[in-house]
Design a protein around this ligand. Structure first.
Ligand code: 4AD
Ligand code: MG
Length: 501
């Protein structure tokens, strides 16, 4: 018997040969003497056909016994078959049941998200999660490629720090041998020190926010990529952020087609991610929120949702009317589609419920406040691609930001907002370089000067113009995948109410 163990993704190189696959039973159907096992090995899915006439009795019993998620070793001949999942099929000659699984808690029927999140350790085995996690991997590789090709050094900031970066309200406090310490909210301050030593650097690590917000965009632990560059001003910073986003999206479209297809991602908005991203000031953004055009867009949005909802309802009714007479395969398709329809309807309903509030928020937006998620969404309705908002009132930005030399009310910050309601994916800006200014900022923000002593040194020894930004990895992935909630963009999400699994 052949001992060539291969991954499902490599089956194309073994057509006509006898190989062994190892994995877990994803699905099974069949008749009295013929079984179709869909095997999952992490690299892909493959249909494996077991014919009672062609295997020994032990193999047949093993195949017949195997339950969903049982571990299996299957040997057989590889056949090309366009119609099958992955394009290849295994004609099985030997079956070994490595472990017979107990009744599996996740079945093809619909489970609520809470249930699935409670079973995240198992949910990760599903096809949808397979697609999302592979895209996550692709995005990570692409970000490293982007920076490495430009001569950036990847460096690591400490995760345990004594200093608040983004304000004191969102810190996880630790007892550090009798001293107070915090889990870092951002690697930026250490990034600045590393940029003064190495020119262009980026950090890529976990960051922590003890925010009590329960929105779909917030995790308490998330991964952030933070480039920091000496001699970069705000415009150069925006150029870099734009190039990086274009690169990451371009790579995803080029390399993750199958995964995006599984997620049924509409590629059009991603294909529109091209230079130049519109750059608008905070002032212009506020004007946009108040504009008649925005009012009109709300009306359009409302009627668009009404129409979509009606179309979904009609499709569902049509499907139900043919269900009784439908064949088994067709019934499966209708059931699967019904789940999708219901999910989309729930989203539509939620948005319809929110629209009046969003409208009010946009119309009554006061200069000086920070944009809420809905304001960001509304702003991006005005454009066909991501936008960059810059020059914010300094009161709503961090202490370290440089002031606009043209207008002291403004800080040289910038945010990149993704379209389709995904909102802020990047936050950053040009840093203040003047020691006296920074010392005053720390005092005005009621931060302990003691903790920033080392940071002030950067303004004592060769202080230069510099900038940087932070990209939220899960925000980027959520947008690329076109999924609703950040919790699916990370293997094990940490949120306000979740510490397990
Ligand atoms: O805008 P933020 O807070 O900026 C900073 O931390 C800067 N120090 C970064 C820098 O200039 N080096 O966070 C940056 C990004 C946001 O745009 C968002 O994508 C993501 O981090 N982010 C979160 N992602 C998930 N959950 C949260 N609670 C997040 N908070 C911020
Ligand atoms: Mg921000």
């Amino acid at each position: 018997m052949s001992l060539t163990v291969v991954d499902i993704r490599d089956l194309a190189h073994h057509v006509g040969q006898e190989v062994t696959l190892r994995g877990w039973l994803y699905n099974k159907r069949g008749s009295k003497s013929l079984l179709f096992l869909i095997l999952r090995d992490g690299s892909g899915l493959s249909q494996c056909v077991v014919n009672e006439q062609e295997v020994d009795a032990a193999s047949w019993t093993a195949a017949d016994d195997a339950t969903q998620e049982s571990a299996l070793k299957l040997t057989g001949t590889v056949r090309q078959d366009e119609r099958q999942i992955g394009g290849y099929e295994l004609n099985v000659t030997d079956v070994c049941l490595i472990h017979k699984a107990e009744e599996y808690p996740i079945t093809p029927k619909e489970h609520g998200v809470e249930y699935l999140m409670n079973h995240r350790h198992l949910w990760l085995r599903s096809r949808r999660q397979w697609a999302i996690m592979r895209i996550r991997n692709q995005v990570i590789m692409s970000i490293h490629g982007f920076f490495q090709e430009r001569g950036f050094l990847q460096m690591d900031a400490p995760m345990i720090t004594g200093t608040a970066v983004e304000g004191t309200s969102t810190l996880f406090e630790l007892d550090y041998f009798g001293q107070s310490a915090y889990l870092t909210q951002s690697g930026q301050l250490h990034g600045e020190a590393m940029a003064m030593a190495f020119g262009k650097i980026y950090t890529f690590g976990p960051t922590f926010r003890a925010e009590k917000s329960k929105t779909r965009r917030h995790l308490t632990e998330f991964w952030m990529i933070e480039p920091e560059m000496a001699f970069y001003d705000l415009d150069m910073n925006m150029d870099l952020a734009e190039e990086m986003v274009i690169r990451v999206i371009g790579d995803a479209l080029a390399s993750s087609g199958d995964e995006l297809d599984i997620l049924e991602r509409d590629l059009t908005p991603l294909e529109r991610v091209q230079k130049p991203f519109p750059r608008i000031t905070y002032d212009e953004s506020v004007e946009r929120l108040h504009s008649a055009e925005t009012v009109h867009m709300f009306d359009e949005r409302q009627s668009g949702l009404d129409e979509e909802d009606a179309a979904l309802k009609a499709e569902w009714e049509e499907n139900q009317s043919i269900y009784g007479q439908a064949k088994k395969g067709e019934k499966r398709r209708i059931d699967a589609r019904a789940i999708q329809i219901k999910q989309r309807q729930t989203e539509i309903e939620e948005e319809q419920r929110n629209l009046p509030r969003w409208r009010e928020s946009a119309q009554n937006f006061e200069w000086g406040s920070d944009f809420g998620g809905s304001d960001e969404t509304v702003l991006t309705w005005h454009f066909d691609r991501p936008i960059i908002v810059h020059r914010y009132p300094h009161e709503i930005k961090a202490f370290y930001m440089k002031r606009d030399p043209e207008d002291d009310r403004l800080a040289m910050g910038m945010d990149v907002l993704a379209p389709e309601g995904y909102g802020e994916i990047i936050g950053g800006g040009e840093r203040a370089t003047d020691l006296a200014f920074l010392e005053k900022q720390v005092a005005d923000h009621h931060l302990p000067a003691e903790a920033f002593r080392w940071y002030f040194d950067l303004r004592r020894y060769g202080s230069v113009t510099h900038s940087g930004f932070g990209l939220g990895l899960e925000r980027m992935i959520t947008w690329i995948c076109g999924i609703h909630h950040l919790r699916e963009a990370i293997p094990f999400a940490r949120t306000l109410d979740r510490l397990y699994p």
